[in-house]
Design a protein around this ligand. Sequence first.
Ligand code: FCB
Length: 464
Amino acid sequence: MDTSLSFPPDFLWGVATASYQIEGAWNEDGKGESIWDRFAHTPGKVKNGDTGDVACDAYHRWAEDIWLMKELGLKAYRFSISWPRLLPQGRGKVNPAGLDFYSRLVDGLLEAGITPFVTLYHWDLPQALQDEGGWAARSTAEAFIEYADAVTRRLGDRVKHWITHNEPSVAALDGHFSGEHAPGVRDMAVAIQVSHHLLLSHGWAVPVIRMNCPGAEAGITLNVNWTVSASASAADRNALRREQGIWVRWYADPLYGRGYPADMVADAIAEGYLPPEGMTFVQPGDLQAIAVPTDFLGLNYYTRFIARDKDAPDNLPQTVFAPPHDSERYTETGWEVYPDGLFNILAWIYFEYQPPKIYITENGASYSDRPDAEERVRDTRRLEYLRAHFAAAQRAIQAGVPVEGYFVWSLMDNFEWAEGYSQRFGLIWVDYQTQKRIFKDSARWYQKVIAENIVAPCQALVLP
Ligand code: FCB
């Protein structure tokens, strides 16, 4: 057997989900409204008018879902907690039914031998807090600490892995600049404030987690796709600087003690998004709080981007990287399949910021292959996507990057934010009419990878 593709013996093979994307039960048992409930209920915001009102009905079917995970041999499950299910008004009175739900879920996972990884914030802010200014207000970061305290006090005896935030850049920019996500604000100045309060709430939450959960690991998840400049021209290299700056350095730099990147702050001042004095809402001590040491960094990786300055006249003749034309090279979200980017970003992040360890907290692909007459879902492209990305992660481990776990997005098809149910990322097919779940071929293949702890070399790899 070729052992070069084997993984470390205690490698954590997992899957990931998020509360709003799977739970449904949006107004049951005392749950408060979230900004995603409000957004999805607003006509025109989500494709086909889809909502997460029912989603995968995981609020009621969690026991069956644990059984499916056990069957796959999964070692870890990353899920998020719905803040308004616990604190319907965002702060103050705790809803005991909400806490009980997650407590039962955690018990069920532990009984099945599956390690829970809990994300505190995967974008479903209580609407009551949005009404008071949402993440643009510092008071929301304070409320987050109350929430983090309530959750970790109750679950901290059993949950030993905590992720404060999922992709703060997406929460800030998609939610407050492009407005494609809840709460649908379109204002860069607001998005910048939001980013700071998200990071600040992370920094404040880590000591709370440590206090309530002795021996637990705490970290944050960033989205880091691999970006290259389209050419070596000064304009394209500047586009690359900005792209990396806005999505990665803006978060990773302050988390690792470097403060906000000076070049990006200068850009924001020049563009009028910040006053000439800069980030006036950053208070003394904030940057120290954000730079609190953590136990791991979570990375979500899906694709490669090519940064190009579309307006610069000197670029085209020099273009080195053009997007591929072959449709096979894209998933149904339109994201390029680019496994080498996972190796590159893991190496870059590790050598640049030196987190003590890394978990790949999301990676996966959207393909809509359906069950055939025998109820088999032959999602070969997802299987090949995962195989190539696992191999890239394995190469990074061999190069010395401490990757200790891998969470496939996602356990099952679910509500894909502004795309509604039109995108299917699951290892498990979900029939939204009946809530029937069917293992896709990729799930059966993943089951084997987990059992053998090895990624077999590809026989007929579709992708280069
Ligand atoms: C990530 C999100 C996750 C899922 C995937 C496809 O940005 O964290 O919830 O939607 O993309």
